[in-house]
Design a protein around this ligand. Structure first.
Ligand SMILES: Cc1ncc(COP(=O)(O)O)c(C=O)c1O
Length: 537
């Protein structure tokens, strides 16, 4: 047993939860130390060396109180395949409260890149000051060897976590065979078959793209082709990418100074009940915002609506969950006006919300759906999903009219297939529901503890926190404070979107309860420190 930093690694009982691993002998198993005198504060890595089925079933690692690290005896008990073994396992410990700062390697690499990279890249990367070296599961390591729990997942991209062995193997295999071109491949056929088996009923036609905005634009072209109408309605707080064809549908300042927008694009209030745009209170409001869309159509449009585009949960706005009934009501409005009901499931799809699709929570099946982010497990992959009848619309269905250079290329298809196989095989949808519910309950405790926490919300592993100056006014907490919070989280080993007063938490779907609790404990500690520092405790 090796001690790498923790004062007393491996004391007490340690439970390791394994996931089925297809490649024998190559797995790494992470262990959370909960039996330590300081429960939940230690972290230990158990490396498997040559076991035929590493990580399958439940394994218990028991340290019998040896004080001399490096000589301890451990028992590995695999309840999954009834094998009991004793042996030596190297254990690495890290104290949770170890403080990390951007080290010399990070600083040097960032300085080099900064001479060339154009400004404007994603805030969480920019504000971190870190150069990342590698990832595994829900953990990241920077170039100086500091370890972090990942509550961002590339903003809900990393559904299956970092470098899942099955994913790595699938991409390696595909890279050796064929990497580009849109000829039919066995890989793409298998991917589409599997994807088509989990999409909502009737939505079995899929066209693949390499970015979310590109897919949304293709879907808008489809809606126009199918309805022969031109107008589209989006929502305040909505986000669908940053390309010219969607800007007018965004409900945020991402579109500021980018006008004029495409004619025929409108936006209407979303059911953001914490900050109701209509200044009403749910449920007394009767979800008035959904009915308000009818007025927007009546008074603002030419009455020729091709589609209403809506996120089942607004991700970019802060993982805002609408009340039950909102999405059904929007679907009714669309039906009543002969418009297509278009669900942008870019963030909410593939199990993120504890259900395969965000729309499942209301039992609503859209006419068109866009997918992205989690679908590729990190590879740039997105798609438009719709019905046989709709995708046949001309000119969308003409040869080359809905295609792109990279969409669904062999590598992207291999990534999509592997990611979906992992999601299904490891039942990550259920994991998102279970761990997400635990996290939401823990966030509720933060709300009780800190008056600055105005609201906590979420579904599955798509969670949000509103930090406010005071609960009465609900005015967002000063960004200076939240930028400080981001740094304090990083120093303690957590990357989470805490640099904004609307905190978004969306870890990889493979996260365990133990790691989720550990990350939240860091957030709690960092919040306490920062709020005290700024006189807000
Ligand atoms: C709901 C939704 N749609 C579309 C997009 C755009 O995706 P991309 O960044 O891949 O263009 C995003 C990105 O965050 C999104 O959240």
């Amino acid at each position: 047993m090796e001690d790498r930093g923790n004062e007393r690694p491996g004391t007490g009982r340690i439970t390791v939860e394994g996931r089925a691993n297809e490649r024998p002998g190559t797995g790494r198993i992470r262990v959370e130390d909960r039996g330590n005198e300081r429960p939940g504060t230690g972290r230990i890595t158990v490396e498997d060396r040559g076991d035929e089925r590493p990580g399958t079933g439940r394994i218990t690692v028991e340290d019998r109180g040896n004080e001399r690290p490096g000589t301890g005896r451990v028992t590995v008990e695999d309840r999954g395949n009834a094998r009991l073994e004793t042996g030596r396992i190297p254990i690495e410990g890290h104290a949770m409260t170890t403080r990390r700062e951007p080290g010399p390697r990070s600083r040097e690499i960032i300085a080099r890149e900064a001479r060339h990279i154009a400004p404007g890249y994603q805030s969480f990367a920019l504000y971190s000051g870190l150069a990342m070296a590698r990832g595994s599961g829900c953990r990241l390591w920077d170039e100086d060897g500091n370890e972090y729990i990942d509550f961002i997942a590339g903003i809900a991209v990393g559904s299956i976590g970092h470098c899942h062995p099955h994913y790595v193997e699938a991409l390696k295999r595909q890279t050796e065979r064929l990497t580009f071109g849109s000829f039919t491949t066995e890989t793409r056929a298998r991917f589409l078959e599997l994807l088509g088996s989990v999409t909502p009923e009737g939505l079995t036609r899929i066209q693949l793209f390499s970015g979310g905005a590109e897919a949304v634009e293709a879907a808008l072209r489809l809606a126009k082709a199918a309805t022969k109408r031109q107008e589209v309605i989006g929502f305040w707080g909505g986000f669908h990418g940053k390309t010219g064809g969607v800007l007018g549908l965004l409900g945020s300042d991402f579109k500021h100074h980018q006008g004029p927008f495409l004619p025929g694009q409108y936006s209407t209030p979303y059911a953001d009940c914490y900050r109701c745009p209509l200044r009403l209170r749910y449920p007394d409001c009767g979800i008035a915002c959904a009915e308000y869309v009818r007025d927007v159509i009546r008074f603002q449009t030419a009455g020729e609506i091709a589609a209403i585009i809506v996120e089942p949960i607004q991700g970019t706005a802060g993982n805002v969950v609408p009340p039950d009934g909102f999405l059904r009501a929007i679907q009714s409005v669309a039906r009543d006006h002969g418009a297509l009901f278009f669900a942008d499931e870019m963030i909410t799809g593939f199990g993120r919300t504890g259900s395969m699709w965000g729309m499942d929570h209301e039992g609503v099946v859209p006419d068109i759906m866009t997918v992205g982010k989690g679908v590729g497990g990190g590879f740039p992959l997105a798609g438009v999903v719709s019905t046989d009848a709709l995708v046949s619309a001309k000119p969308w269905s003409n040869p080359s009219f809905s295609s792109s250079s990279y969409g669904g290329n062999p590598l992207a298809s291999a990534a999509g297939l592997a990611a979906l196989e992992i999601i299904l095989k490891e039942d990550l949808v259920a994991n998102a529901e279970r761990v997400g519910a635990i996290m939401l309950a823990e966030l509720g405790r933060l709300k009780e503890k800190y008056r600055t926490v105005g609201e906590v919300r979420g579904r599955g592993l798509l969670l949000g926190i509103e930090l406010v100056e005071d609960r009465q006014s609900r005015r967002p907490l000063d960004k200076k404070i939240t930028l400080d919070l981001y740094q304090e989280c990083l120093r303690r080993g957590l990357v989470s979107m805490t640099y904004s007063p609307t905190i978004r938490i969306n870890p990889p779907l493979v996260i365990t309860e133990e790691l989720a609790r550990e990350g939240l404990a860091i957030l709690d500690e960092a919040l306490g420190v920062v709020l005290r520092r700024h006189g807000r405790d």
